[in-house]
Design a protein around this ligand. Structure first.
Ligand SMILES: *[C@@H]1O[C@H](CO)[C@@H](O)[C@H](O)[C@H]1NC(C)=O
Ligand SMILES: *[C@@H]1O[C@H](CO)[C@@H](O)[C@H](O)[C@H]1NC(C)=O
Ligand SMILES: *[C@@H]1O[C@H](CO)[C@@H](O)[C@H](O)[C@H]1NC(C)=O
Ligand SMILES: *[C@@H]1O[C@H](CO)[C@@H](O)[C@H](O)[C@H]1NC(C)=O
Length: 403
């Protein structure tokens, strides 16, 4: 999260050079396929994906600007694919049913595979940030009919007005994980006076009542603003990984003002005890570079005995891969073929774990085409450098360094 609200629609930058999309290597893989083209004056960003047990894929996104919902409050559109992401149908909109504020931004999706409270396996959960000029609310919704209709379940966390200045008290950016018969809702939290922002989570066993705020990433430096939690499991090393951006005042690392960090932990509930490690890669010209902003992380068993940890950032079409169990010196940058975008999402197909989805929408500064599009490719090819699209120029396509 790197913006004042007023800046959301205002900024524009010129970017030259386009990444050419290449033909698919097989029917299961393709590059930059369109899911949704928004009406003029509207743009999509921060897309999210969930896979259902039967292989159905669901995608949602934030939509900013224009008159998307007929001038009414914002909502999260939901699309469904039954063919591995090749074609998509718009199946519902997740609307705010309780605040009168809209579902403003930062959606999250998850299908329950185990019962939780009165909610059966197959229930689809959605969260997001519902905000107004007076507050931010991370709310939970559920669908028991495969994302056709949605019902409010509970408020998870509430904070002050959406304001990224340190000292303001909003909450942001939920991420959902089902773990040990609980739902974990991770989010970014500005309410603790000791920290400009921190990462925290709350858990629930019935989705109705929520436990205390537990820290996931805090720093003694007040200006540190860890943000945008994503968590996944890395089976060969029996560790959970969390990625986040880590702006600290005006400082930067290798040109990145929002350098991407990660922590590895035995439990997804105890990240705050672990060391924060920055991802760094060496570019083809020998210089070191740091991924910048809005990271996402997934793991695939392809790529070697430790599989591959795959991380996306906001500024490059490339992704960052690690086949050495998260070893800090083993990150490499490889071309993904999916244009750079703010808060791209990654997904490894549950029944075809060599297939990686990279899901994108607009860039932070609005210099993308504004719609939602998707790439599906082989992790083996991605890591092995044999993916059929062109290899990295090493040049960031987006705009690093702005805030
Ligand atoms: C991705 O697809 C969109 C929609 O067709 C297009 O406008 C954009 O130029 C494509 N980007 C790249 C890098 O191929
Ligand atoms: C979602 O909302 C948009 C805007 O109001 C509307 O055009 C569209 O038909 C809705 N889609 C569904 C599936 O409800
Ligand atoms: C944002 O928060 C800061 C710190 O609390 C405050 O000084 C500022 O007035 C707030 N901005 C708005 C637009 O309310
Ligand atoms: C797998 O990861 C572990 C933990 O980081 C490491 O000790 C081991 O050397 C790695 N194996 C390979 C083949 O990279």
């Amino acid at each position: 999260m790197r913006f004042q609200l007023t800046a959301l629609l205002g900024l524009a930058m010129q970017v030259s050079g386009a990444l050419a999309a290449k033909p698919p290597s097989s029917s299961e893989t393709f590059f930059n396929r369109t899911i949704y083209t928004p009406p003029s004056g509207t743009r999509a960003l921060y897309p999210r994906v969930a896979e259902l047990e039967d292989g159905t894929l669901l995608v949602t996104t934030t939509v900013f600007g224009g008159n998307f919902f007929g001038g009414k409050e914002q909502a999260f559109p939901v699309w469904e694919s039954k063919d591995g992401g090749a074609t998509w149908a718009w199946v519902s909109n997740i609307t705010d049913q309780v605040n009168g504020w809209g579902m403003s931004a930062q959606p999250a999706l998850l299908e329950l595979r185990q019962p939780l409270g009165k909610f059966k396996p197959g229930t689809i959960l959605a969260s997001g940030n519902s905000w107004s000029s007076t507050g931010t609310r991370i709310d939970l919704y559920a669908s028991t009919d495969k994302a056709r209709t949605w019902e409010f379940v509970s408020h998870v966390a509430a904070g002050g007005a959406p304001n990224t200045t340190n000292g303001a008290t909003p909450v942001w950016e939920p991420f959902l994980l089902a773990y040990d018969k609980q739902l974990v809702v991770y989010y970014s939290d500005q309410r603790d006076p000791k920290h400009g922002q921190k990462l925290a989570h709350q858990t629930s066993r019935d989705l109705l009542t929520w436990g205390p705020v537990v820290n996931d990433a805090t720093f003694p430096e007040y200006l540190a603003r860890p943000g945008m939690t994503v968590v996944t499991y890395v089976p060969p090393i029996k560790k959970w990984i969390v990625t986040y951006e880590l702006p600290v005042g005006d400082s930067s690392s290798h040109g990145a003002n929002y350098p991407v960090n990660y922590r590895l932990s035995n439990s997804p509930l105890t990240f705050d005890a672990e060391e924060s490690i920055e991802i760094l890669v060496t570019l083809p010209d020998g210089t070191r570079a740091a991924p910048n902003a809005s990271p996402y992380v997934v793991w695939s068993p392809s790529g070697g005995p430790n599989g591959t940890i795959i991380v996306s950032d906001a500024d490059r079409s490339e992704v960052y891969v690690n086949t050495k169990g998260g070893d800090r010196d083993a990150w490499e940058m490889v071309e993904s073929g999916q244009p750079a975008a703010y808060s791209r999402a990654l997904h490894v197909f549950e029944k075809k774990k060599d297939l990686l989805m990279v899901l994108g929408a607009d860039t932070f500064d609005g210099n993308g085409w504004g719609g939602v599009s998707v790439t599906v490719e082989s992790v083996t090819e991605l890591v092995g450098g044999t993916s059929p699209q062109p290899h990295p120029t090493g040049q960031p396509r987006g705009c690093t360094g702005q805030s």
